[in-house]
Design a protein around this ligand. Structure first.
Ligand code: P6P
Length: 329
């Protein structure tokens, strides 16, 4: 029987895995463990709402736009509320940065952790029943607990994350996360209300034959990106683009591949957000042996300057990201 690196069997519940993980760190106070549990709980609630969205009149547009000027979907707003409520009730978070809120959301000033999240990424796919996902990053605050949260607590490099993960609401719902000691995947069993260890010590294949990019923007890309796409075509790689970052990323984590969201003249910083999309997936990719770059530097080394700043993203199998970079003149 497969054993996790903690000697836990496949099918172990998330709670038991977290507890065993925490026992590995004698100085752990249990706060981070509780925070991971709080996120998992919100994911269970959102999973139920995502699965019923067609029936509960919570699909479709909300009629307002988020800070990015994108049409908010009803489930976007509901997911944001669910996470804020779960993290507020859990008491382990001093501040949240959310794609759905322009400003920092201040919670418990006594807490040590900051959460950056995209509550429901890919939400435009909700109405057409395509997989969507939650992405989260967890940082330890730099300023002393008890005082007001400072921007130095928020604008931290991705390499400072203490944990990161995603929840994929797909053909099954999975929670995949890392606390810096490998990547572990849990599959949600709704009849039990439990996440069960299903993918232990996930490793992204070093190489792959899948490239994931919106080729509709091909003519807007820099020459080296077009050259790399031509290379992939010449290698007869498979083009797979779900249009939902978490789903495309997760597939590449399992099968090998590269996901690209390049910059264009229209979007000189790319589309994806550094704090709550790129950084979280970059930590997971690297923990699984993959790579993540903005085309010039490691995603995790980028010094954030603004809450909702964007970054080009090239992420996935190490050899494929290396190859893409070799086309940069
Ligand atoms: P485009 C969804 O809006 C998202 O943020 C990612 O989930 C997805 O990969 C990307 O944008 C799709 O963007 O411009 O190709 O439609």
């Amino acid at each position: 029987m497969n054993k996790s690196n903690l000697g836990l069997p496949i099918g172990t519940t998330l709670d038991r895995f977290i507890k065993r993980n925490q026992d590995e760190f004698p100085y752990a106070t249990g706060e981070l463990s509780q925070l991971v549990r709080d996120i998992a709980l919100a994911g269970k609630i959102i999973n139920r709402e995502v699965n019923q969205s067609g029936l509960l009149d919570i699909s479709g547009g909300f009629g307002e736009k988020n800070v990015q000027g994108e049409d908010q979907q009803k489930l976007d707003v509901i997911a944001n509320i669910r996470f804020i409520r779960a993290l507020t009730n859990g008491g382990e978070v001093c501040a949240i940065v959310s794609e759905e809120d322009e400003e920092v959301i201040n919670l418990n000033p006594q807490s040590r952790y900051v959460v950056c999240m995209d509550p429901l990424d890919g939400s435009s796919n909700i109405d057409v029943n395509v997989s969507i996902g939650t992405i989260f990053s967890i940082y330890r605050r730099k300023s002393p607990s008890g005082g007001p949260v400072q921007m130095e607590d928020i604008l931290q490099k991705g390499s400072e994350q203490v944990a990161a993960g995603y929840i994929l609401y797909g053909s099954s719902t999975m929670m995949v996360y890392t606390t810096g000691h490998g990547v572990h995947g849990f599959t949600y069993e709704p009849s039990l209300g439990e996440y069960l260890l299903s993918h232990d010590i996930m490793k992204c294949p070093v190489d792959g034959k899948i490239y994931s990019v919106n080729e509709g923007s091909y003519n807007l890309f820099d020459q080296h990106v077009m050259d790399y796409i031509e290379y992939c075509r010449g290698q007869h790689y498979s083009a797979r683009y779900i249009g939902s970052l978490v789903a495309d990323f997760h597939r590449n984590m399992l099968k090998g591949g590269i996901y690209m969201y390049p910059k264009t003249a229209k979007a000189p910083e790319g589309k994806l957000r550094l704090l709550y999309e790129c950084n979280a997936l970059a930590l997971i990719a690297e923990q699984a042996g993959g790579r993540a770059t903005d085309g010039h530097q490691r995603i995790l080394d980028i010094e954030p300057k603004a809450l909702h700043q964007r970054s080009p993203l090239y992420i996935g199998s190490k050899s494929m990201v290396d190859k893409m970079e070799s086309f940069v003149k």
